[in-house]
Design a protein around this ligand. Sequence first.
Ligand code: HOZ
Length: 421
Amino acid sequence: MSLFERAQKVLPGGVNSPVRAFRGVGGSPVFVRSADGAYLEGEDGTQYLDYIGSYGPLIFGHRPPEIVAAIEGALERGTTFGVPTASEVELAELVCSAFPAMDMVRMVNSGTEATMSALRLARAATGRQRFIKLAGCYHGHADAFLVAAGSGAATIGVPSSPGVPSAVTDDTLIAPYNDLGTISDLFELYPGEIAAIIVEPVAGNMGLVPPVTGYLAGLREITRRHGSLLIFDEVMTGFRVAWGGAQVKYRIEPDLTTLGKIIGGGLPVGAYGGRRDLMQQVAPAGPVYQAGTLSGNPLAMAAGTAALRLLQQKPQLYDRLEAAGAALEAGMLEAAKRHGVPLRIQRDGSMFGFFFIDRPVECLEDVDASDHELFSEVFHKLLADGIHMPPSPYETLFLSAVHGKKEIERTVEAFDRALAS
Ligand code: HOZ
């Protein structure tokens, strides 16, 4: 019996997170036994060049020695205490120093926890219930966000999940990404009722969809005008597109920010933070309750701190990632042109999305309209060639510091062969 068959007997769909099951591209997933640098090793010993990068945290690739050493060091001191540690303070100080709009931060264990807690805080602080979510953005799987959700939900065709009470989602208002007109209409329709807009400032859960010029500034202006809060979900973009995330890159100050991925250095972490007057409302400083026994886990704090310290020491890394991303983009576009295949590549540094479509992709509808069948075919050809892309057109590819010239050239050649056949 294959590992996948065994898995399906004891894990729903054979996996612990839906995208991994390959439902978006068909076939059976690769089970990985180890990884090093830019490569995964399958259970059968096959090597794969990895473009998943655990969906974001691995900006230095797999098992960078500095992060491994930090985890080993922390492990010698204990795995979890349930009481405060210096490591929590250290990581919080680092995060706040990177994000000018973050005076305070609360560590949690996942992006889902971060976004649901940020929303609770926004509702409490404004005394309003409704909030706006953008179609195709994904903010984890808390009930209120499972409406027109991207990522795994879009991949398996359940963007609004059964089991979520309508009473919970009645207050979730949906607008298309990159469309300020609908946002204005919603504020007119529900004056004084909208607590917040939550947005991925660069959407990474419907492939990669960047904000059009003026979109984020428009969201900032509208929320301020209506006394609403702006929440940036930077679980993916935080420390990935820049030190200080998309908010520094695009020069927008949100009221609240959610983080994850890189701040855990490969271990499970989430965080939410923002203006002091808002964060002071979180328990026990204030009445907005939120807690977690494993929050601020010392292993995760050590890994996250090591990752951020490394980034601090290597500010030029972002330029290198940009150059590697640009080379991959240029090579793939050239190959597509050669084979007469309509290809759209959208990228922010080392975050990368490709769509088989002949026009810009600005919202979920555009992603839906791209050729998913061709995506699946190309995905499988690349996989057979030893290149593991994310198994869904609704996910983003991630490059790391160890995706060098050799890896980029190999990818472009494989992409060219995939299109040729
Ligand atoms: N797009 C997800 C993270 N934001 C990861 C996909 C998954 O594992 O389901």
